[in-house]
Each structure stands twice: as structure tokens, then as C-alpha cells.
Design a protein around this ligand. Structure first.
Ligand SMILES: C[S@@+](CC[C@H](N)C(=O)[O-])C[C@H]1O[C@@H](n2cnc3c(N)ncnc32)[C@H](O)[C@@H]1O
Length: 330
């Protein structure tokens, strides 16, 4: 057993206060505070007793600084605000799964993932919006195609990524598919509100390959798709579906005219102990081990593209140490 240096141990204090802080970060996000505070010139002014208590607590954690009748963001607070999507996904999105573990562990090897789909969708979109340049790079590639095409987002959640692709690529047609009908409704609202209604098709259904073509895959979508993208879902689909190459291979059958895959996912990190890994990686890996889902290595994604005759045109890894995006073309 390797011992963990005292300075790297997860302390009891961090365990307890961290959980309280995470709930308060999500509450402040529900009030729209982080977004408001990130516009540097703005401060928030609490107007109720609850808001004043919340703001005082965030001040005690070091993330807000008092300023006249309100509060501004500190440097540490900026990092929290910038990454609040991770806090929402882990605190609210995955909480239903973590809650079951103790009771299931007596008899079961894994616990089925149970999520709050809206919290996962909103958190994931907030994560994506932190680095619009990643999606800008994808839109720029798509724009290089001699003929405009259609980009499908497989597991599109509330449509946040389609929104950015649509904003940068003015002629691209957009298609989104997600297994959660509720988040597809949110995506429809979001994209219609931004004026994309006439160039977006949204479908509720599974993108997990099976023996038959999925019901949502009509002939129009089949032949139109030229770019197939999927973010933060492949690890799960590949675990259930015989590997990354098997999933990509099935999608090639679904979309015969696809020129490009854009896959984004969290990769397995080299470290074992939590302090040897970038933040979020231990939580991601533990959550998936508990739910029986593999987390795949960077080279396993690269091998899968190569095995299907796709060349990695871009490998984007500036967002987070454990989050990669591959643009693979043929
Ligand atoms: C971790 S979230 C990622 C959301 C989004 N792609 C992103 O990265 O911003 C996974 C999404 O995939 C959806 N999903 C899970 N299993 C699916 C399946 N078999 N088919 C289609 N969507 C699925 C979930 O509802 C959720 O919206």
C-alpha cells in the first residue's frame, strides 16, 4: 500500500464542508448568480433572508467578497463558477445512484445508474459552454466541407452543443437524439428560442446499437448525416455494446454518408489514488465502476478510429486533463 502524504489526504473537514459547499454552489447556480458574477462588472445583491445566508456561506468558503450592499466573485470563486457544471452533475445528477449503493451492495456487484436527467443535461451543457472554442474548432472543420451537410449529436441532452455548432456553422443542418424525452423537449425549446427551428430535427430514442435500426432513424436522417458527434456517452455505449469500434461501426451502417466522427469523452487517467489524478477524474471513475461501466483509455479511442479507416484529424485536449475530443475523418 502506498501511503498518502498528509498534505494530500482527503481530510474530514474537506469531506463534510465540501458536501455542504457543493449544494450551495448548485443553489447559487439555480439563482443565476454565477453567470451574473462571471460578467466581471456585475455583483449580486441578496434580497431575501435565504439569499443573504447563502451569500454569507459562499463568502465563508472564500468564493464571494462583500462589496457595498452585495458581493463580487473572488479569484477562487471564479474557478468554482467556471466549473459549476461538474458540481451540478456530481451533486444532483448522480446523487440518485450514490444513494442506492449501501442498500444494493449486500447482494449486487453493480448498481444500475439512476440519474436526474435534467441536472445531468444542464451540467453537461455548462461544462461545454466553458470552452466554446472546442466546438468552434469542430464547426470550422464542418465548414470546410465543400457541400453543407447535417451534424447529428448522439446523446445531445438539452442541445447546448448543437446550439454552438449552429451558431458557428450557419448552413449546417442540425439533428439531436437523446434517450430522455424530457431533455429533448428542453432542447427543442432552447433551439427554437435561438431561431434554429427550421434547421433542427430532434428525436427521442436510444443511440445504442442493437440488432435493428432504431425507430427514430428515418431515411432522411440516414442519408443526410455527414458529421456524427457524441460527447460523454461513448464510454457507456462501448461498455454495453462490444467496444468503441463496434459502436462506431454500427453508426457507420446507420449513416452511410458520414465523413467525420467527433467524439468527446473522459479518459481513464494513469493515477490510482485520488490525489494522483486530475480533479473530477476519481469521481468519474468511481461512479462508473459502481455502475459497471468501463472508462476507456485515449489509445483505445485512437485504435477504434484507425480500425474503421478514419484518420484523427484533430485531437483537442485543452479543456480538462482527462477530457479529450477526437475529430476523425475519412
Ligand atoms: C453525460 S450526458 C452528456 C450530454 C452531452 N452529450 C454533453 O456531453 O454535453 C449523457 C447524455 O446521453 C443520454 N443518453 C444516455 N444513454 C443514451 C442512449 N442509449 N441513447 C441516447 N442517449 C442516451 C443521456 O440522457 C444524457 O443526456
Amino acid at each position: 500500500m502506498t501511503s498518502i502524504a498528509a498534505s494530500e489526504r482527503l481530510t474530514l473537514s474537506a469531506l463534510l464542508e465540501g458536501q455542504t459547499a457543493a449544494h450551495l454552489v448548485v443553489a447559487a447556480d439555480d439563482l443565476g448568480w454565477w453567470q451574473q458574477l462571471m460578467r466581471r462588472e456585475e455583483k449580486i445583491v441578496p434580497t431575501t433572508g435565504l439569499q443573504r445566508a447563502l451569500a454569507r456561506a459562499l463568502h465563508r468558503f472564500g468564493w464571494l467578497a462583500p462589496d457595498g450592499d452585495g458581493y463580487r466573485l473572488t479569484e477562487d470563486g471564479h474557478e468554482i463558477a467556471f466549473n459549476r457544471g461538474f458540481v451540478r452533475v456530481t451533486t444532483r445528477g448522480w446523487e440518485p445512484t450514490f444513494r442506492q449503493i449501501g442498500s444494493a451492495a449486500a447482494t449486487a456487484d453493480i448498481v444500475p445508474a439512476q440519474t436526474d436527467p435534467d441536472a445531468v443535461a444542464r451540467g453537461c451543457t455548462d461544462i461545454a459552454l466553458r470552452h466554446p472554442e472546442t466546438l468552434q474548432a469542430i464547426a470550422a472543420r464542418v465548414a470546410q466541407d465543400t457541400e453543407p451537410g447535417s451534424t447529428v449529436d448522439l446523446g445531445c441532452a438539452d442541445g447546448g452543443r448543437l446550439q454552438i455548432i449552429g451558431e458557428f456553422g450557419h448552413t449546417e443542418q442540425l439533428i439531436g437524439v437523446d434517450i430522455e424525452a424530457g431533455v429533448i423537449d428542453t432542447a427543442r425549446e432552447r433551439l427554437a428560442g435561438l431561431g434554429f427551428a427550421d434547421r433542427v430535427r430532434l428525436r427521442a430514442g436510444s443511440v445504442q446499437p442493437g440488432d435493428e435500426l432504431p425507430a427514430w432513424l428515418d431515411e432522411g436522417i440516414r442519408s443526410d448525416v455527414t458529421t456524427a458527434m457524441s460527447f460523454n456517452l461513448m464510454h457507456q455505449l462501448a461498455s454495453d455494446g462490444g467496444g468503441i469500434d463496434a459502436v462506431l461501426g454500427a453508426w457507420l451502417d446507420w449513416f452511410p454518408n458520414v465523413r467525420r466522427f467527433v467524439i468527446g469523452d473522459v479518459v481513464r487517467s494513469a493515477g490510482v489514488q485520488w490525489h494522483e489524478q486530475p480533479w473530477f477524474a476519481p469521481t468519474f471513475e468511481i461512479y462508473h465502476e459502481l455502475t459497471g461501466v468501463r472508462v476507456w483509455r485515449d489509445d483505445e479511442y485512437a485504435d477504434a478510429f484507425a480500425s474503421l479507416g478514419f484518420r484523427v484529424a484533430e485531437h483537442l485536449d485543452k479543456d480538462h486533463e482527462a477530457m479529450m475530443v477526437w475529430i476523425a475523418e475519412r
